[in-house]
Design a protein. Structure first.
Ligand code: AVJ
Length: 328
């Protein structure tokens, strides 16, 4: 084991920075090198992601918005109104108002790891929906969390937008869905956006846009490491790579070293050779049947699904399975 990996194991993360350092040390020491995409989202990263959602090549956000625009009333007919709407990883979602209008929830709980963005968008929604009771929650929804008191007596509908589930490996996605089923409880619904497998060229273009915004988003991770962990990584020594891994049905983003280099992060030395990469994100894509199978494995019963006219993206509605009927 490399010295810095041993060092990383010895320390228990006591703050966000410690956790980041621990993961960066471990990720740069691993082979292949890999970092979690959750670290993209500092303030600049969140802004760059917002810019990505407006790119001509990035069809995901527009397609999901389009589906909601057409089908939110039908979704509401199935779920009924007056539930608590729990949005997992809300970011600055522009899709939420469509759902709030259609579902007329009794309460809205946006959940996000980034407090900045969360409170900003909650405040904006409060202006638009003055009668709605909003309870923002800063939490990592991968870990168990408790719903705010006023929501506990209401039946729930969860919304997991944007194909964020694609960032998880299949076992992690299943674990996440099961944990969500427990949190949302009996008589719940889950609305989930999942990006579809499609032509590789179309997929790669969405993650390697001509304006280079996705490249900046990926490279921002280097700037974040340099800033938050006193790193000396030269951003110019890395190039953005997006590729389609057909066997795993996922887009992968990497930072590829364009020449051999050495650098330090918080005093620890690392090296990388020309052509080697740091794997920074996987974005899994699902066929229609695979998406339903995933939901079932995660303890949900798919009951309806909608796509955009081109069939690029899918929005699935699932219900928590009703408890088995008691024998007479
Ligand atoms: C927010 C995880 C859904 O995987 O498409 C966009 C993030 N990465 N461009 C995605 C992302 C590169 C996005 N998710």
């Amino acid at each position: 084991m490399p010295a810095h990996a041993a060092h990383a194991l010895k320390r228990l993360p006591s703050s966000a920075e410690d956790l980041f350092r621990t993961e960066v040390f471990a990720g740069l020491s691993a082979r292949p090198r890999a970092l979690s995409p959750r670290w993209f989202y500092d303030r600049r990263g969140s802004e760059l992601f917002e810019a990505i959602t407006a790119l001509p090549e990035y069809y995901l956000t527009r397609a999901e918005y389009d589906i909601l625009l057409r089908h939110a009333p039908e979704i509401a007919r199935i779920t009924g109104s007056g539930r608590a709407l729990i949005e997992l990883g809300s970011g600055s979602s522009v899709k939420t108002p469509l759902l709030l209008n259609a579902l007329a929830p009794r309460a809205y709980v946006p959940i996000d790891i980034s407090g900045d963005f969360l409170h900003q968008s909650a405040a904006a929604l409060a202006k638009r929906f003055p009668a709605l009771s909003i309870h923002p929650l800063i939490a990592d929804f991968m870990n168990p969390f408790t719903l705010p008191g006023p929501v506990r007596s209401l039946p729930r509908v969860g919304y997991f937008a944007g194909s964020t589930i694609g960032n998880m490996t299949v076992p992690v996605a299943v674990e996440f869905l099961r944990a969500t089923a427990r949190t949302l409880g009996e008589d719940a619904f889950l609305l989930i956006g999942i990006d579809r497998i499609k032509d590789a060229k179309r997929l790669i273009a969405a993650y390697d846009d001509t304006q280079g915004v996705t490249a900046q988003f990926n490279l921002n991770l280097i700037h974040r490491i340099n800033r938050d962990l006193r790193g000396t990584m030269p951003a110019r020594a890395f190039r953005h790579v997006a590729l389609w891994n057909d066997y795993e049905a996922r887009i992968e983003m990497h930072l590829e070293a364009v020449h051999d280099l050495e650098f330090t992060v918080d005093g620890e030395s690392f090296s990388i050779s020309e052509g080697e990469t740091i794997h920074t994100e996987s974005s899994l894509k699902y066929g229609p049947r695979e998406a339903r199978t995933l939901l079932r494995a995660g303890g949900w019963s798919p009951i309806a699904e909608w796509t955009d006219p081109e069939g690029l993206f899918a929005l699935l509605l699932a219900s928590s399975p009703s408890p088995p009927a008691l024998p007479p």
